[in-house]
Design a protein around this ligand. Structure first.
Ligand SMILES: [Cu+2]
Length: 689
C-alpha cells in the first residue's frame, strides 16, 4: 500500500500518521484533533479530492450539490438565487463536469438551466463525494473533460444485527432550517437504509441589506434495500424521490417543481478468483419533471415578453447502466474492463397564458433524444514499489435525434426547424496515460499525465441555441480536449502539501454567445444566442497546504487559479473565475474546536462580454473582495455535537465574478450580479446512535 492509494479519507490519515508519528499521539487521537467544522478539504491521491457531505462546513452551504462543491479549491458556482447554482471547475461549466449520483447520471430538464444535475443532489443523503480532476479516468462515461464528481454511499456489510441513526438539524439567518435523518439497519443476510432531507430558506439579504429573490424549499427521500447472500455478494435495490421550489433573482421565472423519481439496481460479486477480483452490474432510471412560471413565487407583472401568466414544463427520462469487471492478471497489474450505456429523452410543454390554456391540458412534445454506448478499459501497472503507470482508453458511439418541428426565434415567433427529424451519430475516442511515483523520505507522490477527451454537445448546446449560420445548432461540432496534468502530494505528521497543475488545448470549444446579431426579414435584425466551436486553451491549478502548528493549532491554506484564452477570437476565454485563496486557522481540543476562515478573491479583468457557456455569459469585470468567517463546535456527548458559525462576519457586499446578472423582480432592487448573502449566523446539531 502506498501513502496515496485510493482509500477512504480517514484510513489514509490513520495509515500515514500511524506509520510516521507513533510517539506523538495515537492515530485515533490525531484524527480526533481535526477541527469539527470543515473549512478545507484535503487531496487523497493524485487528482483525487474527497469530502464528507455530512460534516458541518463553513461557509454554510445551501443543501444542494453545487454549494457543497464550492468549498473545494478549483470549484466556483454560478449563482442564480438561493439554491440550484451551477458548479464550474477550472472555468469549465455544464457537461464538462460529469456529476454521478451513486453511479447514475442525472440530467436536468430545464432549457434555461434552472436544474443542473447538482440541483437533484441532497448532500446529506450521501456518505462521500469524490472529485477526479481532468480527463484522467475513463470509468465514468465520456466527455468529462474537466472533472468527474461522484456522490456515493459507502457499501454496507453487517455480521451481527445492527442499527444506526444519524440526524442533524440546522437553523440559520434568513429563515434557514434543515433536517436530515439517516437510518440504517442490517444483519448478515442484508441491510436497509433510508435518508430523508428537508431544507428551507427565506429570501436572504446581501451585505447592504437588500433582499435577494432567493427563497427555496427542498426535500428528498433516498432508500435502499439489499440482499447479501454471501460474504462477497451484494444485490441492492434503491430508489429516490425529491422535489422542491426555488426563487431566481436572475430571470423572469421561478422553479416551482423539481420532481425526481429514481430507481436503481446494483449487483456486485467480489473475490471470484485470483484473476477476477469483482464483477458488478448497475442499472438506473431517472425521471425529472420540472415546472417554472412567472407568478407562483413572485407577483405577476405583465411584460412585453410575457403579457400573461406563463408556464413551461420540460421533462427528461434517462435510462443507463454499466457492467464492470476488475481483474488482477498479475500481482502488479490491475485491469478494469467495462461497457456502459445511457439514453435520454427530453420533452416540453408550455403555455403563454395559463388561465386560458393551462399547460396541464397540453400534450408533451418530444424535442430531442440522445443515446451513448461505450466500451472502456483502464490498466494500473506497478513497476516495482515506487512507480506506477496508469492508462485507459474508451470508445463511445453517440447518437442524437432532433425532434423539433419548429424553432422559437423569439418568445412570440417560430420558424420551421431546418434540421427537423435529422439524426447524427459520432464515434468519440478518449484516453489517458499517467505516470506516478511514490517516495518515502518525505512520504508523497508525484505524477504526470496526458489525457484526451471528446465531448458531444449537450441538450443546451445542440437544441436550445442557434448556430451562427442557422436557427438550429444541431450540427454543432464535438469538443476535443487534450490536457497535461501534473502535481505532487506530500504528507508528514506536521504538514501536508498538494499541488495540481494543468494545461490544455481545446479544439471546437463549444462557446455560447448571446446577443449575436442576425438578419430578420426584409430590413431588420434580431439577436440570438448561438453555439459555436472555437479554439481555446486554459491552464492553472490548485494548491493546498496544511500545517499543524502545535498539538492543538492547525492552519490550512488553499489557492486556485485558471487562465483561459479564446484563440479564434483573440480574446480571453469567458466565464473564468479569478484567483482565489483561503486561509483557515483552527484550535482543537478533544471535545471542542474553534476556527476562522478568510477567503480572498482577486479582481477579474480578463473578460469576453456576451461569451460564455450554457449557464451564463460574461457581463463585465469584477473587483476583488475578502470575506471572513468564524466557527466553533462542541462535542458535548459522545453521540451529540453542537456547531455554530458566522459567515461573512463583516457583512461585506460582493458577488462572484461568474454569477448571473440580477433581473428586475417586482419588489426587489435590481443588482449588477446576484449578490452573495450578507452576514449569516447558523447553528447545527448532529446526533448519531
Ligand atoms: Cu426551469
Amino acid at each position: 500500500m502506498t501513502p496515496f492509494s485510493v482509500v477512504p479519507h480517514r484510513t489514509v490519515l490513520v495509515f500515514v500518521f500511524g506509520c510516521f508519528s507513533p510517539a506523538l499521539l495515537s492515530a485515533e487521537e490525531l484524527t480526533k484533533l481535526d477541527p469539527f467544522v470543515v473549512t478545507a478539504v484535503r487531496d487523497d491521491a493524485p487528482l483525487t479530492v474527497t469530502a464528507d457531505p455530512k460534516a458541518p462546513a463553513q461557509p454554510l452551504p445551501a443543501h444542494d450539490g453545487a454549494d457543497l462543491l464550492k468549498s473545494i479549491p478549483g470549484f466556483s458556482v454560478i449563482r442564480k438565487g438561493g439554491a440550484d447554482g451551477d458548479p464550474v471547475f477550472r472555468g469549465m461549466a455544464g457537461s464538462r463536469v460529469v456529476v454521478a449520483l451513486d453511479g447514475q447520471c442525472v440530467l436536468g430538464g430545464c432549457g434555461n438551466r434552472m436544474d443542473p444535475p447538482t440541483a437533484y443532489v441532497f448532500p446529506g443523503a450521501y456518505d462521500r463525494v469524490t472529485i477526479l480532476k481532468g480527463p484522467q479516468t475513463v470509468l465514468h462515461g465520456a466527455g468529462n473533460s474537466a472533472a468527474v464528481v461522484l456522490f456515493e454511499n459507502d457499501p454496507l456489510r453487517y455480521t451481527t444485527t445492527t442499527a444506526s441513526l444519524q440526524s442533524s438539524l440546522v437553523a440559520g439567518s434568513f429563515g434557514r432550517f434543515d433536517e436530515l435523518l439517516d437510518a440504517r439497519a442490517g444483519r448478515a443476510e442484508g441491510y436497509a437504509r433510508v435518508a430523508c432531507t428537508y431544507t428551507h430558506s427565506d429570501d436572504y439579504e446581501d451585505g447592504a441589506g437588500r433582499e435577494v429573490h432567493s427563497a427555496y424549499e427542498r426535500w428528498s427521500t433516498n432508500a435502499a434495500i439489499a440482499w447479501t447472500p454471501g460474504e462477497h455478494t451484494t444485490v441492492e435495490l434503491s430508489g429516490a424521490r425529491s422535489d422542491g421550489d426555488a426563487a431566481y433573482a436572475d430571470r423572469a421565472m421561478d422553479g416551482v417543481k423539481f420532481d425526481r423519481e429514481n430507481l436503481g439496481l446494483k449487483v456486485k460479486r467480489e473475490a471470484l478468483s485470483e484473476l477476477v477480483r469483482s464483477v458488478e452490474l448497475q442499472l438506473g432510471y431517472n425521471y425529472v419533471d420540472h415546472v417554472m412560471d412567472n407568478y407562483s413565487l413572485r407577483p405577476f407583472v405583465a411584460s412585453a415578453m410575457m403579457p400573461a401568466p406563463a408556464v413551461s414544463n420540460p421533462d427528461r427520462r434517462t435510462f443507463g447502466g454499466r457492467a464492470l469487471v476488475r481483474l488482477a492478471p498479475a500481482e502488479a497489474t490491475q485491469l478494469a474492463l467495462g461497457v456502459d450505456h445511457q439514453e435520454n429523452r427530453h420533452s416540453v410543454r408550455s403555455t403563454s397564458n395559463q388561465p386560458t390554456m393551462p399547460y396541464e391540458a397540453k400534450p408533451r412534445t418530444r424535442d430531442a433524444e440522445f443515446a451513448q454506448s461505450g466500451a472502456f478499459g483502464e490498466l494500473t501497472q506497478k513497476l516495482g514499489d515506487e512507480h506506477r503507470v496508469i492508462g485507459g482508453f474508451r470508445l463511445d458511439r453517440w447518437r442524437a435525434t432532433d425532434e423539433r418541428a419548429v424553432v422559437a426565434t423569439s418568445p412570440m415567433a417560430t420558424a420551421p426547424n431546418p434540421t427537423a427529424g435529422q439524426r447524427r451519430s459520432t464515434e468519440l475516442p478518449s484516453g489517458f496515460l499517467r505516470y506516478e511515483r511514490d517516495f518515502y523520505a518525505v512520504p508523497g507522490t508525484v505524477y504526470l499525465g496526458l489525457g484526451r477527451s471528446e465531448r458531444f454537445p449537450d441538450y443546451w448546446e445542440l437544441v436550445k441555441n442557434e448556430s451562427a449560420t442557422s436557427i438550429s445548432a444541431f450540427r454543432a461540432p464535438t469538443e476535443k480536449t487534450v490536457q497535461l496534468d501534473t502535481g505532487l502530494g506530500l504528507r508528514t505528521e506536521k504538514w501536508s502539501l498538494n499541488a495540481s497543475l494543468f494545461a490544455n488545448h481545446i479544439d471546437d470549444f463549444l462557446l455560447v454567445q448571446s446577443s449575436f446579431v442576425k438578419p430578420a426579414g426584409m430590413m431588420g435584425t434580431r439577436t440570438a444566442t448561438i453555439t459555436r466551436g472555437v479554439e481555446a486553451e486554459t491552464w492553472g491549478g490548485e494548491f493546498s497546504a496544511n500545517y499543524r502548528l502545535s498539538e492543538h493549532w492547525r492552519a490550512d491554506l488553499t489557492a486556485a487559479y485558471t487562465r483561459g484564452r479564446n484563440r479564434t477570437d483573440g480574446r480571453p476565454l469567458a466565464q473564468i473565475p479569478p484567483f482565489e485563496g483561503r486561509l483557515g486557522l483552527a484550535y482543537t481540543q478533544s471535545s471542542w474546536s474553534a476556527g476562522g476562515l478568510l477567503r480572498g478573491v482577486a479582481r477579474q479583468s480578463r473578460v469576453a462580454i456576451v461569451q460564455g457557456n450554457i449557464v451564463g455569459q460574461d457581463i463585465g469585470e469584477t473587483p476583488g473582495f475578502a470575506v471572513a468567517s468564524l466557527n466553533a463546535s462542541w462535542l458535548f456527548r459522545t453521540w451529540a455535537r453542537l456547531s455554530a458559525g458566522v459567515d461573512n462576519l463583516c457583512d461585506r457586499t460582493y458577488a462572484e465574478h461568474i454569477s448571473r446578472a440580477g433581473a428586475m423582480v417586482a419588489g426587489f432592487e435590481q443588482t449588477t450580479r446576484v449578490n452573495e448573502p450578507g452576514r449569516t449566523l447558523w447553528t447545527r446539531l448532529d446526533v448519531s446512535f
